[in-house]
Design a protein around this ligand. Sequence first.
Ligand code: MN
Length: 307
Amino acid sequence: MTTCILLGAPVQEGTGRLGCDMGPSAFRAAGLAGALRELGHVVVDRGNLAPTSQPEVRHGNAAIKSLPEIVAWTELLAATIYDASAEGMPITLGGDHSLAAGTLSGLSRRAADLERPLFVLWLDAHPDLHTLDSTESGNLHGVPMAYATGQPGFEGIFPPLAAPLDMARICMMGIRSVDPAERARLAAGDVTVHDMRAIDEHGVAVLLRGFLEKVAAADGLLHVSLDVDFLDPDIAPGVGTTVPGGATFREAHLVMEMLHDSDLVTSLDLVELNPFLDERGRTARLIVDLVASLMGRRVLDRPTRSH
Ligand SMILES: [Mn+2]
């Protein structure tokens, strides 16, 4: 039994289009809390967060949009997730992926307090590894991973990180859209990247198992960042950044089922759901079903047999 702390983060200024601010409501309407309670978990819904003030920040890259708003969200989420992670399992209901700047910052601080390493499973079509200097779209949902791993150029603009995330503790799955600056950063670092081709060739189980073994061996905390565009747009149309060739229904469920079996996940972000683009709540319901798999729903009981 887990205490799940739901935190709505209706941030949408990190994307180029409106609608992600309705994400938290859609997850609630799709029955997230009920699905978790049905599995025996305690659910505390803290409602939606809202930053109260915006810092005076600017940057030389004229393409950047809504910098003060995103910095304000980062500060608020870093503090809120840090606190919530002491009480249970924070589940952040986004909102666009810029919110990960805040959640990863807060979780890194928690992990440092506990003297345990923080690992991140990043389920996304994109690595979100742009810096403030390299982003061309200026949409700040493309930068949270660069910020959280301590890439240069965020100092004095974004809040200081208590502890930057170690790139060697990140596993990205579902990647299929990478800009040149991100490609260079991935090549220079030691992030484990399983793109869609790797998933096609090996299957999610083999790829994920290796990472989970690493987390378990290091007694790590494991954060899961689930971007709707990890999934194929045919099954998850409710997102502004669809990229063809994403994870299938069964691939996604298998990832969640393996995460549940591992008993390693300590926090979760659900991001980029855009209910305005969804079809009668279909994507929201799929994500709720995936969370249920992550939290213990299964088709059949599968007793672990000793060999
Ligand atoms: Mn993303």
